[in-house]
Design a protein around this ligand. Structure first.
Ligand SMILES: *Cc1c(COP(=O)(O)O)cnc(C)c1O
Length: 364
């Protein structure tokens, strides 16, 4: 049975993208590959508004999220935490044997720039991790405000996860002073999972060159050396790179301003519609994500039952809450290739399914 994903990643992949993947293989040291890499490179740089290289990593985003810590943290990292992914990043830093400090906010509350300043002013930090768009609770922090604070501490290398916000709104890497910008394929770019991106500043590369224990697979120095030849350190996931090329062409055809406006409009449409049914947005007001909506289950409906109906009768799936928010919230993605028509159809299905959904516990 096939059904359409409205979960916040992986999301629906277009037929065009799937076809782009089904091309004959090329050698990853061939001139054809170098041409492919060099087609993609300036377009990814434009999307990130950066002059820095953008490396392609054959891994999910976690690969480069962990790898970045191993490249730049020598003394201590400050992990800003306000949801499942950012909480996990702190755990990962500790598993890597790094000295790490948790800067915690409630799930759904944004990262507070003033708290970041106080923490960094305590001294001893040479890196910070920050998730722009906490997908687990649909909370988008004010990246410009947090980065303005981070820039006050020139010894601190910033590692910013834009996995679920990249290409849904402008993220000007160089202007904000982001050292390491990370994203992945299966969120707003609407590609299958398995490819991630990281753009690394010169000073972050210099730090890496002086950092012990950074390993091989995610080594910034290896990425840079190969990047200069239009290649990746090891055999990359070539079908996904074909898909990325196709997607970058789509983005160019639509135009960035149109793409950003489309995401903002569809996000608002879903938010207003679902709130109209008596649900509330989960994250703090003014900090809702632009690529998904996370709603509090204020009507206490049976979310697994809702999803069962959506899947069986309407061939689509939303998310019933991440981790400790399971059953308490639900999330609907509007990122990628969605249009006014596809979102309207999803909302009609949501309405029909909601009308049949029992209260939580009613059938237990
Ligand atoms: C999905 C997601 C990740 C994890 O990505 P993987 O590709 O599963 O490694 C990390 N951070 C955020 C904000 C995400 O949305």
């Amino acid at each position: 049975m096939s059904y359409k994903l409205f979960i916040p990643g992986p999301i629906a992949v277009s037929e065009k993208t799937l076809r782009a993947m089904a091309q004959p293989m090329i050698g990853h040291r061939s001139t054809d590959f170098v041409a492919l890499y060099n087609f993609i490179q300036p377009r990814l740089q434009a999307l990130m508004a950066t002059k820095d290289p953008v490396y392609l990593s054959t891994s999910s985003a976690w690969g480069v999220m962990e790898g970045s810590l191993r490249n730049v943290v020598q003394r201590q990292v400050l992990n800003c935490m306000n949801g499942a992914f950012s909480d996990k990043w702190y755990d990962v830093a500790r598993r890597d044997g790094k000295a790490a400090t948790a800067l915690k906010f409630e799930w759904g509350q944004p990262v507070d720039p003033a708290a970041v300043r106080t923490a960094l002013a305590g001294g001893g930090y040479d890196a910070i991790t920050l998730i722009h768009n906490e997908t687990s609770c649909g909370c988008m922090s004010d990246l410009a405000a947090v980065m303005a604070v981070v820039r006050e501490f020139p010894e601190v290398i910033s590692i910013v996860d834009t996995v679920s916000s990249f290409s849904a709104l402008p993220i000007p890497k160089d202007e904000l002073g982001i050292d390491v910008l990370i994203s992945g394929s299966q969120k707003a770019l609407a590609l299958p999972p398995g490819l991630s991106f990281l753009s690394v500043s010169e000073r972050a590369r210099a730090r890496a060159a002086q950092t012990e224990g950074r390993g091989y697979y995610f080594d910034f120095v290896e990425f840079q050396k190969n990047h200069e030849a239009g290649m990746t350190p090891s055999t990359p996931v070539i079908p996904l790179i074909y898909a990325l090329k196709s997607k970058l062409e789509d983005i160019e055809a639509e135009g960035l301003a149109n793409r950003y406006a489309r995401h903002a409009r569809l996000n608002r449409t879903v938010r207003e519609h679902v709130c109209g049914h008596g649900f509330k947005l989960f994250p703090k007001e003014g900090y809702g994500s632009v690529s998904l909506n996370c709603f509090a289950n204020t009507r206490n409906i049976d979310l697994p039952a809702l999803n069962k109906i959506l899947k069986a009768k309407h061939q689509l799936v939303i998310d019933g809450g991440y981790g400790k928010l399971k059953g308490k919230t639900f999330r609907i993605s509007n990122m990628g290739d969605e249009t006014d028509e596809t979102i309207a159809a999803m909302l009609r299905a949501f309405d029909a399914a909601l009308a049949e959904t029992p209260a939580a516990g009613a059938t237990a």
